[in-house]
Design a protein around this ligand. Structure first.
Ligand SMILES: [Zn+2]
Length: 468
């Protein structure tokens, strides 16, 4: 039985969906005005692993991730780039989809966009207004937090604590500093929609309430997101959805921890801000996923090249076995079929994952498995083909399909071997230069060039790029 930590109840709970085996899972997606950063990638990947594990357990998961395609930041970007907001959002939705595919994150079943749900949003705001939970001030509509008694139940704080402890946007039109905008009046030149309160656009929080209700109904199973969204975003979602529908909103709230960079908070001003695509230029998706899977999803995690390199080295051990299995299966042989208790590893893997998604323990099980299989291979001269099929089946079901840290696809293996070979040749060339054998160093560079591989020397070392 899967147990998962529920931020709402603040304890680990047995996972029982509302309508088994169906599971409805919603995750807050990006505001599409820029590339997403590696901290977001951590949340997306860990949610992907949770979703994949639910599928492994036989649940039928419908996964929705919203795209916030109207927002102050999008308007600002459209002014900076001198293109309209639709061009901004299309550009970054495309980039988002590319990065998601590269990170091996399964596509969502539904990607609802805010701008395609304006009517649903307006209807929900009207319901809140009719129930006395929202008020209109000169075309801006605010949620009246003091009218919703349970406000603060997710973040575990009362109104006084929240007021004194949070940075709240100052706005003279609000009756209470914690009140938040449901509908924003359009300023000159801004995109707008017609509404009962005049021209304007939705606030951010109401989008998730309206869109999740539209696609999943009033109550659904899992709502996921980064820790930073607990307050105010998710607290506000609860106030809106439960306020409007008078029904429980979400059964399990799942939150992912922060990612620090070299022990500091990631920020553009500190210059330690990395987009997922920048990191993907240096490490494969499998290495990035392995790195995240080796940490507890709720805790903070530090990102550094040393830690990524060690994830890469660990993965190499697993990939060597994958490579061996593929080679054996190309030339099927008959031989001994050793006594190997694969059920033990399967149960250990499931036990780890069932215990609040303990992916780091699950990865440790995979390492044990690889070590023990390697020992059997070393001890037996000729192993039967069925043995390799058997171990491939286990690795496919667990490490490939749940964790997404390896691939039996031979194309991908050859590309990682290719990279290793080029790195090896670069090392040989560096040695040649050290021994002042410049003619050999130049020959290596020129020969690689004829193969379409360009070496680039810099004070930090030599890198390569492929030209096709
Ligand atoms: Zn949301």
């Amino acid at each position: 039985m899967l147990h998962i930590y529920n931020t709402l109840t603040k304890k680990k709970e047995e996972f029982i969906p509302l309508d088994p085996p169906n599971v409805k899972m919603y995750m807050c997606g990006p505001t599409v005005y820029d590339y997403f950063h590696i901290g977001n990638a951590r949340s997306f990947i860990m949610a992907d692993i949770l979703r994949r594990y639910l599928i492994y357990k036989g649940f039928k998961v419908t996964f929705a991730m919203n795209l916030t395609d109207i927002d102050d930041k999008i308007i600002k970007k459209s002014i900076e780039e001198k293109i309209d907001t639709i061009a901004v959002t299309q550009k970054y939705i495309n980039a988002f989809m590319e990065d998601v595919i590269k990170l091996k994150i399964k596509r969502a079943d539904i990607y609802p966009k805010a701008t395609e749900h304006i009517e649903d949003i307006i209807n929900m705001i009207r319901t809140l207004q009719n129930k006395g939970l929202a008020y209109n001030k000169n075309g801006n509509v605010f949620y009246n937090v003091s009218k919703y008694e349970q406000y603060g139940k997710l973040s575990g704080k009362n109104l006084d604590e929240l007021e004194s402890g949070s940075r709240i946007e100052v706005n003279e039109e609000k009756e209470n500093p914690l009140d938040f905008a449901l509908w924003k009046k359009a300023k000159e030149g801004e995109p707008f929609w017609e509404s009962p309160w005049g021209k304007g656009r939705p606030g951010w929080h109401i989008e998730c309430s309206a869109m999740s209700c539209k696609h999943f109904g009033e109550t659904f199973d899992i709502h996921a997101g980064g820790n930073d969204l607990i307050f105010p975003h998710h607290e506000n979602e609860i106030a809106q959805s439960e306020g409007a529908n008078s029904k429980p909103f979400v059964k399990y709230w799942v939150h992912f921890g922060f990612l620090n960079i070299n022990d500091e908070k990631m920020s553009k001003s500190l210059g330690n801000f990395f987009t997922a695509r920048e990191v993907l230029n240096r490490y494969s998706a499998e290495v990035i996923r392995m790195f995240f899977a080796q940490a507890y999803y709720r805790g903070p995690l530090n990102f550094s090249d040393d830690l990524l390199s060690s994830a890469e080295k660990g993965l190499e051990k697993i990939n060597n076995l994958v490579f061996r299995i593929n080679n054996e299966l190309v030339n099927p042989k008959q031989g001994t079929n050793p006594d190997f208790n694969i059920e033990y590893y399967r149960q250990s893997f499931e036990k780890a994952m069932d215990e609040d998604l303990n992916t780091s323990q699950a990865v440790a099980v995979i390492f044990d498995f690889v070590r023990d299989v390697n020992r059997i291979i070393a001890e037996n001269k000729a192993l039967d083909n069925s043995f390799f099929l058997f171990i491939k089946e286990f690795l496919t079901a667990t490490a490939e399909e749940v964790l997404g840290i390896l691939s039996f696809d031979t194309d991908q293996i050859s590309s990682s071997i290719e990279k290793e070979l080029i790195d090896l040749i670069i090392t040989i060339r560096i040695d040649a230069k050290k021994q002042k054998n410049f003619s050999l160093a130049d020959k290596i560079r020129d020969d690689l060039k004829t193969l379409g591989i360009i070496l680039e020397d810099s004070p930090n070392g030599t890198t390569f790029k492929k030209v096709t």
